[in-house]
Design a protein. Structure first.
Length: 67
């Protein structure tokens, strides 16, 4: 079973957002803020930024195993 962010139990099923997706969404927020600079939106590549967000999220998930 995948780890969930904000889990709820319904009909013996843990519902909620995958923790990896939650981490990636939070990371994406900070990546978007990087484009408030002189380069502006022209330097934005959503697919590359999403890949970076999930790469960092994967590292965060791996780090959780080492607690």
């Amino acid at each position: 079973m995948k780890t969930k962010a904000f889990p709820t139990l319904r009909d013996n099923v843990h519902d909620g957002m995958d923790l990896r997706d939650y981490f990636a969404a939070k990371i994406m927020q900070s990546l978007v803020l990087r484009f408030n600079d002189d380069e502006g939106i022209a330097s934005w590549n959503a697919f590359e930024e999403a890949d970076i967000a999930y790469e960092i999220a994967d590292a965060m998930m791996e780090a959780r195993k080492h607690d």
